[in-house]
Design a protein around this ligand. Structure first.
Ligand code: HEC
Ligand code: HEC
Length: 204
């Protein structure tokens, strides 16, 4: 924990310099991210999370989770830009980055605007999901799960396919989650989860 704190401190101190010194390579790295996550990090695909507008802390936490093997890494094709590149996964992507790179990329995408994906949802399920959210989740995911300042990702407007996958990983305990969230997630029924997915996806 303490080691990680020191590393974080160093990342914070180095990130400003990294943005200037590594400007050309940051641009190339951003292009690579956009090849999957979409222009400016706004997803165009149901299985791909939007990384625009997510807080720096939350973005870095995700990258460290991939590096530490605390999140599963599924292979994905490139869908934008140079689509001839071979499929890869987030563990491989994260391993190729220095800690300065991770900090600079987190800062870059945190500055971009989160755009909710337009998707078809069931109004009844969304309403039921909102009730579950208000009772169990809003303490850490405020404003319907749309507030980046919670440092808990952005749920509102994320693609449904990605949300479903995140729940599946939490339920099967292949993705680490905060202890207090785990007890809430474990207590949900499959219907609750379906309803929550519709609620988060319904927000524009
Ligand atoms: C080959 C496709 C691909 C590339 C390239 C890629 N990603 Fe990803 N990324 C994904 C997929 C797929 C996921 C969701 C995986 C999962 O289910 O955890 C993801 C997840 C993430 C997450 C976690 C999002 C969340 O809401 O928890 C972050 C942060 C992220 N990527 C950042 C980046 C950055 C920064 C780059 C560029 C350096 C990048 N990605 C390049 C496919 C890609
Ligand atoms: C104690 C605080 C806390 C509570 C309560 C909580 N969460 Fe979370 N949640 C977090 C944090 C922190 C993260 C980011 C960590 C991670 O990526 O695993 C997160 C991440 C998530 C993600 C993945 C976001 C992404 O970008 O991949 C989903 C989905 C989610 N929570 C759903 C819920 C739901 C549904 C509830 C209520 C049943 C809930 N959470 C309750 C703190 C909480």
């Amino acid at each position: 924990m303490f080691y990680r704190f020191i590393v974080r401190l160093m990342i914070t101190l180095c990130s400003v310099a990294a943005l200037h010194v590594g400007a050309a390579s940051l641009e190339a790295q951003v292009k690579d991210c956009e090849g999957c996550h979409g222009p400016d990090g706004v997803s165009q695909c149901p299985d791909m999370p939007t990384i625009a507008g997510v807080s720096i802390a939350s973005h870095e936490e995700a990258m460290f989770a991939y590096l530490d093997g605390l999140r599963p890494c599924e292979k994905s094709d490139y869908r934008h830009g140079d689509t001839s590149r071979a499929a890869t996964d987030m563990c491989t992507v994260a391993k190729a980055l220095s800690e300065d790179d991770i900090a600079a990329l987190a800062e870059y995408f945190a500055d971009k605007k989160f755009v909710a994906m337009k998707q078809t949802t069931d109004a009844g399920k969304a309403k039921a999901g909102e009730a579950v959210h208000e009772a169990e989740c809003k303490l850490c995911h405020s404003d319907g799960g749309s507030n980046p300042e919670d440092d808990a990702g952005i749920l509102a407007g994320q693609p449904m396919g990605y949300l479903k996958k995140a729940f599946k990983e939490y339920r099967s305990e292949t993705r680490e989650q905060p202890k207090k969230m785990k007890s809430k997630i474990d207590a949900l029924s499959d219907e609750d989860i379906d309803a929550l997915v519709h609620f988060y996806a319904s927000q524009q």
